[in-house]
Design a protein around this ligand. Sequence first.
Ligand SMILES: Nc1ncnc2c1ncn2[C@@H]1O[C@H](COP(=O)(O)OP(=O)(O)OP(=O)(O)O)[C@@H](O)[C@H]1O
Length: 317
Amino acid sequence: MIEARGLTKRYGTKTAVDDLTFTVRPGVVTGFLGPNGAGKSTTMRMILGLDAPTGGSVRVNGRAYRELESPLHEVGALLEARSVHTGRSAFNHLLALAQTAGIPRRRVEEVVDLVGLREVAKKRAGTFSLGMGQRLGIASALLGDPQTIILDEPVNGLDPDGIRWIRTLLKSLAAEGRTVFVSSHLMSEMAQTAEHLIVVGRGKLIADTSVRDFLAGASGNRVRVRTIDPAALATLLTGPDVRVESTGVDVLEVSGMSTDEVGIAAGAAGITLLELSPQQTSLEEAFMDLTKDAVEYHGTTTTTEGGSALTTAGVNR
Ligand SMILES: Nc1ncnc2c1ncn2[C@@H]1O[C@H](COP(=O)(O)OP(=O)(O)OP(=O)(O)O)[C@@H](O)[C@H]1O
């Protein structure tokens, strides 16, 4: 369990994290969403005791990271930032980390298999591709068999196989009852991986919700309808709260009415329908709606460089 209360971080006049209060619970993957510069990495660094909050607090299993008796066994993390450049083999890199924390060699063997690095375990980690480097970083994070796992943008730059692998791994770690907190600016990815979402924009909390509720709340009523007389149906349905768009020769997209309402209105007017289906807003669209408000509220735009190499924290600091 991770609990942030009024968590704040300022760098000079810049407020990177602004009074964040949220709880990350065990048993589900929690996505930490926000556009670049929203404060995700800074929040994760504070959770891991790598940055001190300017205000508020954050606890892991009821205690500040620095107070954890055996941090590697409690929290495993993979932070975005620098790559692990090492002349050691992947296996020896993990073994060295394990030895500093009193973790037995057989656990190194286990995590090598768990992350699928067995075939390349004897290769120098410095020669690894981004995807292999990420697997190695995740292996390091899992070495202590931690109850809480924190990953900053783990799918950045990965190919579809790698993304699928991480997605499956995160879900299985959560299914074992662990707390899994994973950041991303890819909403579509989080929709497939996370059950719960904490959304931030410009350092502030925008939403703390299940993925399901987030989509339901954001989607409104949108209906796709095919008909033999689109012009007549469009005229019939268009109103102050209803928008009708033509999206194909015989297809309309109706916002502001349910499928039932469209069907009943068309039936009453004697207009034949060929298809009537509710449309779900994608997480991407829902997220853009939300963060657009945050951007407008704050009135400026930030751009940050998109670094994608990774290093481990909590293990390899
Ligand atoms: N050490 C620092 N000194 C000054 N400003 C910083 C520092 N670290 C982060 N910031 C600023 O704080 C804000 C939040 O940055 P942070 O890296 O936490 O965001 P993020 O959501 O993780 O974004 P990204 O996905 O780009 O990594 C940004 O505007 C960033 O420029």
